[in-house]
Design a protein around this ligand. Structure first.
Ligand SMILES: NC(=O)c1ccc[n+]([C@@H]2O[C@H](COP(=O)([O-])OP(=O)(O)OC[C@H]3O[C@@H](n4cnc5c(N)ncnc54)[C@H](OP(=O)(O)O)[C@@H]3O)[C@@H](O)[C@H]2O)c1
Length: 259
């Protein structure tokens, strides 16, 4: 992993072992406490050739797994699953550490869809077993629901055409006991969660790349938020390795009524 990293914030900074970044994350329990894990280029783009995976370095990929290993559930929108081979689990040694700290071996892996158009041939549907949950909406065609149910657990919540995010997090909290949730995008799902005021933190890797392209999404897509609903964030920590930055932010409120 290309040598040491630097902690830039909080002060005092200094050299750190990259193995220590986000290694012992102690996220608070919430209803659930919701953190985003995203990667972006310096020009704000969230996809390279239509996928997120090529944007960040190996360390970025490792940090994403460390964040997964600190939560009860990891969630992704169907658009991301259709765009790339999403796997939402953790490697074996992280799974062992989870068990020794009282968590289930793998986080619950959650996909949300309204259309029910999922690439069911993907590995996640073969390998995640009981750890996978698909949440559909009241608009999802019955035939699609039946097809998905043959592969994995499905729950239907209110929402038309897409599952309402309050219903999604309510279901995860009350039926599945999720107190800490990592959301790995994509941009449209992120927008719904931010607009609903459900976001607590953002882990953002800023990769030293410029991609360009006005149709390439940023990490939060959809309608521009009204001026007084613009979300405000406070930096919690910043690390640097090479020219890639690992930023952790706390959502603190809205432009109209920030704390
Ligand atoms: N840079 C990063 O960190 C990162 C992370 C993830 C993804 N991406 C990139 O983002 C792109 C995909 O973007 P996307 O915006 O289509 O991804 P997305 O947010 O994963 O998918 C959007 C889809 O999620 C489903 N969904 C369910 N409930 C929703 C709700 N309440 N609000 C919004 N969506 C809901 C809908 O699926 P149905 O259409 O099935 O109804 C919707 O079309 C890909 O290029 C991917 O590589 C980047």
């Amino acid at each position: 992993m290309r040598g040491p990293a630097l902690r830039l914030y909080p002060a005092p900074g200094g050299e750190v072992d990259p193995g220590s970044i986000y290694a012992d994350l102690d996220l608070p329990a919430g209803d659930p406490y919701l953190v985003f894990t995203m990667v972006s280029t310096v020009d704000g783009k969230a996809a390279q050739g239509g996928r997120a995976n090529p944007i960040g370095s190996d360390l970025d990929h490792l940090l994403m797994r460390r964040i997964r290993s600190a939560v009860d559930a990891v969630m992704s929108g169907a658009g991301t699953l259709r765009a790339e081979g999403v796997d939402l689990g953790v490697p074996e040694e992280m799974a062992r550490k989870r068990v020794s700290s009282g968590l289930r071996e793998q986080p619950l892996q959650v996909i949300v869809t309204g259309s029910g158009e999922l690439p069911l041939e993907r590995r996640i549907f073969r390998e995640a077993g009981d750890d996978l949950l698909v949440i559909v909406s009241e608009a999802t065609p019955e035939e699609k629901v039946r097809e998905i149910s043959r592969r994995t657990t499905v729950r239907r919540v209110a929402g038309d055409p897409e599952p309402e995010v309050q219903e999604v997090v309510g279901l995860l909290r009350h039926e599945f006991g999720v107190r800490r949730l990592a959301v790995e995008g994509g941009p449209r799902l992120n927008h719904s969660l931010v607009a609903a005021g459900l976001a607590d933190e953002l882990f953002l890797t800023l990769a030293p790349k410029v991609i360009g392209g006005s149709s390439v999404p940023t990490i939060v897509a959809g309608e521009e938020l009204p001026e007084d609903e613009v979300a405000r964030l406070r930096l919690l920590s910043a690390y640097l390795q090479g020219s890639e930055l690992y930023l952790r932010y706390r959502f603190t409120g809205r432009e109209g009524n920030s704390l």
